[in-house]
Design a protein around this ligand. Structure first.
Ligand code: ADP
Ligand code: F6P
Length: 478
């Protein structure tokens, strides 16, 4: 094992992810507008911005070819320390929609029947190469480079090779924001070995749960013949460190937002509107991993099993549009709209809709108000790297001590399982019973569970996650 550089915690930091904290969109008049991106990755990294400055490289969301347009995008992002990696439109689509979201994402989430295709794979390699060129040009000798997520699994290897060629030392961290599946599920991907080798070129690899870390370690051993030793993996004369780093949110951001007058008025307004009614809240990207069809089935089952609740309970489901160019996501939207219509048609009355379905992104203040007024937060993921919505709900429930009803397959269940009401997301009857259990739970039990959850959310913040990872990374190779 080689020592790659001397530890130095004061080094600069480069963060790389496919998605930037701001996505650039083009207005009808041709001007550009930067909008805050949604998703767990952006939420996690926003905590680190509180204590650490870093340059953030990523794809800006569109690919103009005119140098002046690129310059305009570059300038608008520079104000946020974000650096655009420009990609040709067709290539970006094949990388993001083609390989990352149609092949890799379903495999990482145990979806069966994923068809491998060589063309998107080539685009994936090419985009990782383009990112590697940008990063190698930008990185100073010994600068810390922290790569994020499944879109860039080959990047550590490509950056390491390029940095070495340029005589620069490389200290590369990689964090995965999705589950890492068991070996048999990963093995169906013909390029599994290449992806593992890419990640293993890091100095430190981080996962959200111990299970994901174990799955990765076992695959490295079984597919590459790498040798695990405690929290390291020996591969081709390099010792790679592997760890679980518990990601979180910035709870203060929510508690502060809830104090704002406008948010307080909104909470009162919603309280008035839903007087005498129990509210269940769901907030999910519109993604099949979130188990939205099961959630709706479970809720329909609940209204059937416990008819006394009809008219006295409402499910508010926020479904944030996501990856709308991928067919599976389009089909899912159609299916969810139909299901919502069917349930509202079956149980609704002129003065009552059992489901309020919001298929759009909502402002942060509205999100916080909804978290605060909901009696139950229902999250039904089949698989989910962590699920930060669970954390955010808890951060907003100081007053009400609402109940988190959480799928045992969300990564968050590994930490919040005791405080939440847990269920198997494929068991419709159990979803119905879990809602009922949450509704009948005594105030004392709610408080006891809430205190446990709150302690976890307040302790494991996004800032702590970011700092811990960077500190570990800056120790370098063992
Ligand atoms: P995923 O990473 O799969 O999207 P998570 O539950 O971990 O799932 O994270 C979702 C994140 O997206 C949460 O932090 C949530 O607050 C955020 N989010 C949800 N709706 C919006 C929105 N309209 N605008 C910005 N962020 C949003
Ligand atoms: O949870 C996985 C993840 O890729 C996050 O990293 C990201 O924030 C979220 O899904 C949203 O994905 P996308 O970048 O495709 O909108």
């Amino acid at each position: 094992p080689s020592i790659e550089f001397a530890p130095d915690t004061k080094r600069n930091l480069i963060v790389v992810s496919n998605r930037l904290p701001l996505s650039v969109k083009r207005n009808e008049d041709g001007s550009y507008q930067a909008c805050v991106s949604s998703g767990g990755l952006v939420t996690s990294l926003s905590g680190l911005t509180k204590t650490t400055s870093f340059r953030w490289f990523g794809w800006p969301g569109l690919s103009p070819t005119e140098p002046s347009e690129r310059e305009e995008i570059r300038r608008s992002l520079a104000a946020h320390n974000a650096m655009p990696v420009f990609l040709d439109e067709k290539l970006a689509q094949a990388h993001y929609n083609g390989f990352s979201n149609s092949i890799l994402w379903p495999t990482l989430h145990y979806q069966s029947g994923v068809a491998f295709d060589d063309e998107p794979w080539k685009a994936y390699i090419k985009v990782n190469e383009i990112f590697a060129d940008y990063i190698t040009d930008a990185a100073q000798n010994g600068e810390l480079i922290w790569v994020h997520d499944y879109h860039l699994m080959l990047l550590p290897q490509m950056v390491r090779e390029r940095m070495l060629r340029k005589g620069k030392s490389a200290c590369i961290g990689f964090s995965l924001h999705t589950p890492f599946p068991a070996g048999e599920a990963l093995r169906v991907l013909p390029v599994a070995k290449e992806l593992l080798q890419g990640m293993l070129s890091s100095t430190l690899v981080g996962f959200h749960t111990d299970d994901y870390k174990l799955n990765f370690t076992e695959s490295c051993q079984n597919l590459l013949g790498a040798q695990p030793q405690d929290s390291t993996i020996l591969y081709k004369d390099r010792l790679v460190r592997v760890g679980r780093f518990t990601v979180g949110i910035d709870p203060e951001k929510f508690t502060e937002t809830l104090k704002v007058d406008q948010v307080q008025s909104r909470i009162e307004q919603l309280g008035e509107r839903y007087k005498g009614v129990k509210l269940i809240l769901g907030v999910d990207r519109l993604d099949y991993i979130k188990g939205l069809t099961q959630k709706l089935h479970g809720y329909e089952q609940f209204l059937t099993d416990y008819p006394n609740w009809q008219g006295k309970i409402v499910l508010i489901q926020v479904a944030v549009p996501s990856r709308e160019d991928v067919r599976e996501y389009q089909d899912l939207e159609t299916q969810i709209s139909c299901q919502v219509g069917k349930i509202n048609g079956r149980f609704g009355k002129p003065e009552y809709s059992p489901i309020i379905y919001l298929h759009r992104s909502i402002p942060f203040t509205e999100l916080a108000a909804l978290y605060s007024v909901a009696d139950i937060c229902l999250l039904t993921s089949h698989r989910d790297g962590m699920n930060l919505v669970a954390f955010e709900y808890v951060a907003c429930q100081e007053q009400r001590n609402g109940v988190l009803v959480l799928s045992e397959f969300a990564g968050a269940s590994a930490f919040m399982g005791k405080g939440a009401v847990q269920f198997h997301p494929a068991n419709i009857k159990e979803i119905s019973q879990s809602i009922h259990k949450a509704l009948l739970m005594s105030k004392e039990e709610r408080k006891e569970r809430y205190d446990m959850l709150r302690h976890f959310v307040d302790t494991n913040t996004s800032t702590r996650w970011g700092q811990t990872f960077v500190e570990e990374l800056s120790k370098g190779a063992v």
